[in-house]
Design a protein around this ligand. Sequence first.
Ligand code: NAP
Ligand code: L37
Length: 283
Amino acid sequence: MTASIISGTEIAKQTRSQLAKEVAQLREEGVAPGLVIILVGDNPASLSYIKGKRKASEEIGIDFKLEQFPESLSEEDLLRVIDSYNEDSRFHGILVQLPLPKHIDEIAVIEKISPEKDVDGFHPVNLGRMLTGQKCFLSCTPAGIMEMLRIKGVDPAGKHAVVVGRSNIVGKPVGQLLLKENATVSYCHSRTRDLSSITKQADILVVAAGKANLITGNDIKPGAVVIDVGMNRNEHGKLCGDVAFDEAKEVASLITPVPGGVGPMTITMLAYNTVEAAKKTRS
Ligand code: NAP
Ligand code: L37
């Protein structure tokens, strides 16, 4: 069997064109959605992701601002900057691009962002609301994955979903969203024994470990749906995921490529959250 490829690029394009229509309507009502991204330092990967976020925002009609500071910015000054954007009604969404320099406490920074403007969905208030099934900003990568599954008609109910990775921004929340959709969820991580024996049981396999070729064709159950979140550079400097794509596509039924899979959906869900934040300021 050769898998069908889930084109994140294509799904993102459709979602973005719908969002553009909504933004045009919002603007007519006098609300211009605004997003500010705060970057400390000049990490090349962060700059590349931010470029994509700017492009999508502009395409959709969201006012976009990048606030870039030198690596030496103090935590105190960063917290002050966040506070000023919490108060600034032109910006409905605030995103602090991670990772931050080592001298800055990520948790303190995330907690400083007003939960109503936390379009990354990283604030404990939003994470708690997600856990208890309340309306909240969902973090962008997990939300993008769920949207791809929904559009492809993959219903997680009753299926065994295996998530490789347990980070706060990808692994943990995506597992919870799959659980909410009634999947039976297993989490794997670096201390998992015999990873392959568990991934082979997955009807839905989400891989977010950041290790090229961690999952090969032999680690996948025939007919599984495989979502590859990894973003790595191979020995030729080419972008690749955590799944050995050429082998895996011969075993899976549906699979996301890297690039062109989860990445474009992550960016689109950020725009979605920003539009939702702007909508809430009406009336
Ligand atoms: P992270 O914080 O580094 O977490 C990696 C997770 O994978 C950890 O839970 C780790 O286990 C687990 N892991 C590492 N090696 C493993 C192994 N050999 N076997 C099983 N589990 C292993 O990474 P992240 O932020 O979640 O990101 C994961 C990957 O996704 C990265 O490549 C990142 O660049 C990419 N990413 C892509 C997008 C996108 O939109 N496409 C968005 C965000 C991240 P422990 O907890 O035990 O250490
Ligand atoms: N929301 N996401 C949020 N907040 C953060 O603080 N670090 C971080 C974060 N991570 C992030 O932005 N990840 C991400 C990863 C990949 C893409 C976008 C965002 C992406 O667009 N990937 C493209 C290829 C990009 C490239 O060529 O460099 C893809 O097709 O996968």
